[in-house]
Design a protein around this ligand. Sequence first.
Ligand code: R5P
Length: 281
Amino acid sequence: MIISGSASTSLAASLSSHSKIPLGKTTHQFFPDGEFIIQTNFQGDHGIIVAATRSASDHLELLQLQDAVREAGATNITTILPYMGYARQDTVFESGQPLSARAMARSIGTGTDKVIIVNPHKNIVCDYFGVPAIALDASSILAQTLPFDLENPLFLAPDSGAISLAESIRDSYGGGDIDYFEKKRISSTEVHISPNTVDVTGRDVICVDDIISTGTTTSKSASILRDRGAKKIFVTCIHAILVAGARKMLFDSGIDAIYTTDTIATPETKVSVAPLLAKIL
Ligand code: R5P
């Protein structure tokens, strides 16, 4: 049976439909002190929990879901993290700080037999759970979101870390060039983009990234592309966090559209990772 966290209800329903595995129900009871307890109707041996941990509350809910499913008799639990919060903190940045991705992964790993994460920022996070964990690359499906008649398309990564993502989308799209800018992060809301000399005049450009959070990285890149005469600028990413103000910043920078998956459900979600997940269950 599939059990869903609050942030992944549509994806869990879609996964149930693609995999023909029944979807259970979950309710929440809230207490005056702010705590909550979940209640599921889980039955069976194999529990598949689908829960993006976008917030601390999502994370706590996931730990409860795992425990409830185990209590209800599951002998095998697979935890699917469509988006794993804190995964970008995948190293100790400064002395005295935690390796947060490992701390979160360890807590999730204690309640499950296996983990599937969709496009973690870096695959190293899979080593932190203490149980088998695999990263599912959903980049190829982003090509389905793009207009079929792109003009001389250029798939642009805002930094070298996103080049393989851009290549995967370009290959699935069926053609186009790849290029990338250099990015230096100054703070969580400031980046410096060093553009190369690529000529985008009259071309459609697809800005590709794994995550868009504040929108700073992509909007800085888009402004450069707009100034250089790009025809249309489409933005595509796996995980659209899109914090408050991100959409305005992106559209103010001159982008034409944002296309993303349902790892985090947003109005920009155009394609589901459910068929890919169903294949590997
Ligand atoms: C970082 O390396 C990631 O790949 C993204 O570029 C980053 O998370 C984007 O963040 P923001 O939208 O806040 O610039």
